[in-house]
Write a new protein. Structure first.
Length: 466
């Protein structure tokens, strides 16, 4: 016997974006959803009527009529969207359903005589390519970019606070040389900021040129109108770059470029998530204890770094979707096939999984603080991390094959602070150099890390101003 279908509520949703994570990502809903798509299509159709009027294809519109058209999309309701879906059940065509509701809305107004000019000379893709890009642009500007910026701002706060805190750097997972916590965090702030600036400057394109990209219907109906100019002006008025050379579809390189930037942002955050996970594992960061929370169903003592782990998982899903979009969207059979439409309906999921990752990364960062005692203990555990300085100074002093000498004295050996003093005494250099080396400690051998932090912050501030 078939299972009885359940009423749709978050608990019965198949996709966790609409279920478990709904409250975390619902801020995207006004920009990326079926409702948003229908509403934006209505907006484009209404604005197109303005353009037809301005170019004498239809009569001049009164001030009140312009208000009627503007209200169609500004006041577009969920009930209106549901009506469109009812019509679509009959037409089996989503854009035609939008045209039909337009007719219903204008039927009893002074614009009734203009109803035949709704969607005049256009193909569905003229409306869709503009609508999807407007949705993406608004979602990025209003939701995604600010979420990335919030992470950057918190990283910069941590960077400034801990720019002087020495810590052990690891290369290949092994103890290397000292660095500072602030300098290592500013690397991520710097990488993210540069990508965010590219995102903010990125522009999407648009086309309005008919069923095969040649203005066929428009040109035969009104041959004296410069439809190329009309199209370019209309697309530009939406804040998009006109793309005059297309098939039926507006080629997707602009969206692909956007998604590739987003992939890079996500991978930078994946790198940060994994580093923070390791730092927590090494007890270099401690997590905030919240009384009612449970870390393990059987181990009461645990506070798991689940925010960073959740972010890592969501980034994996987001980038898998983005990677598919990047491979799929450039390919369309001949003048077009419909497979891109199916794919574009899922772009909101990639943004939502990305947003989930951003919220989890930020949530993880807000819950941790450096365990300065443990960081200091591990920094002092083995003073062999200073041997880079020794062999470099010996080279300066002209000691032959100083690297091999220091390697033979230190590789695989554990050197304590007292061992260091004894060890330096045996080196084949003059006493003044030995005195300099004896003053060297893991805390002081941090190079120009604090200056790098200061300069990076200054450079990022200047970047944001350009």
């Amino acid at each position: 016997m078939p299972a009885k279908s359940l009423l749709f509520v978050p608990l019965t949703a198949i996709n966790p974006l609409d279920g478990r994570y709904r409250t975390d990502i619902e801020i995207l809903s006004p920009f990326i959803s079926e409702y948003a798509l229908i509403k934006t299509r209505v907006e484009v159709e209404a604005l197109y009527l303005f353009t037809l009027s301005e170019n004498t294809v239809i009569r001049p519109l009164t001030g009140n009529e312009k208000k009627i058209l503007t209200a169609l999309y500004e006041d577009f309701s969920l009930d209106d969207a549901m009506r469109v879906k009812q019509i679509e059940d009959e037409t089996k065509h989503d854009v035609k359903a939008v045209e039909r509701i337009f007719r219903e809305k204008l039927h009893k107004t002074s614009l009734a005589d203009c109803m035949e000019m709704i969607h005049f000379g256009l193909t569905s893709e003229d409306i869709n390519n503009l609508s999807y890009r407007l949705m993406l642009e608004r979602a990025m500007t209003q939701v995604i970019n600010p979420a990335i910026k919030e992470i950057i701002n918190h990283l910069l706060t941590l960077t400034q606070t801990y720019k002087m805190l020495p810590m052990l750097a690891r290369t290949h997972g092994q103890p290397a040389i000292p660095t500072t916590l602030g300098k290592e965090l500013v690397v991520f702030a710097d990488r993210l900021t540069k990508e965010l600036i590219i995102l903010q400057k990125h522009r999407l394109s648009g086309k309005l040129n008919g069923a095969a990209g040649n203005y066929n219907a428009l040109a035969v109906a009104y041959p004296k109108i410069d439809w190329q100019e009309v199209s370019n002006d209309f697309v530009a008025s939406l804040g998009l770059m006109p793309n005059p050379v297309t098939t039926q579809i507006n080629t997707y390189e602009d969206i692909i470029s956007l998604f590739q930037i987003l992939q890079r942002v996500n991978l930078i955050l994946l790198d940060l998530d994994q580093d923070m996970w390791r730092y927590i594992s090494d007890l270099w960061f401690v997590q905030e204890v919240r009384e009612k929370e449970v870390g393990s169903s059987t181990m009461p003592q645990k506070i798991n770094p689940i925010r960073f782990e959740n972010s890592e998982g969501n980034i994996g899903i987001a980038n898998a979707l983005l990677e598919f979009f990047v491979r799929k969207l450039p390919v369309s059979r001949l003048q077009r096939d419909l497979s891109d439409s199916t794919v574009m309906r899922n772009t909101g999921a990639a943004l939502a999984y990305s947003l989930l990752a951003y919220k989890n990364t930020l949530g993880g960062l807000l819950r941790v603080k450096p365990n300065e005692e443990q960081i200091r203990n591990d920094l002092h555990k083995d003073w062999s991390i200073l041997t880079e300085a020794v062999q470099t100074i010996l080279r300066k002093e002209g000691v032959k094959d100083s690297y091999s000498l220091i390697k033979s004295l230190s590789r695989g050996k554990h050197i304590t602070s007292s061992d260091w003093m004894t060890w330096v005494t045996t080196l084949p250099v003059k006493d003044s150099i030995k005195t300099t080396l004896k003053k060297l400690t893991p805390e002081t051998y941090i190079g120009l890390a604090p200056k790098i932090v200061d300069q990076a912050i200054k450079d990022l501030e200047n970047l944001n101003k350009t």
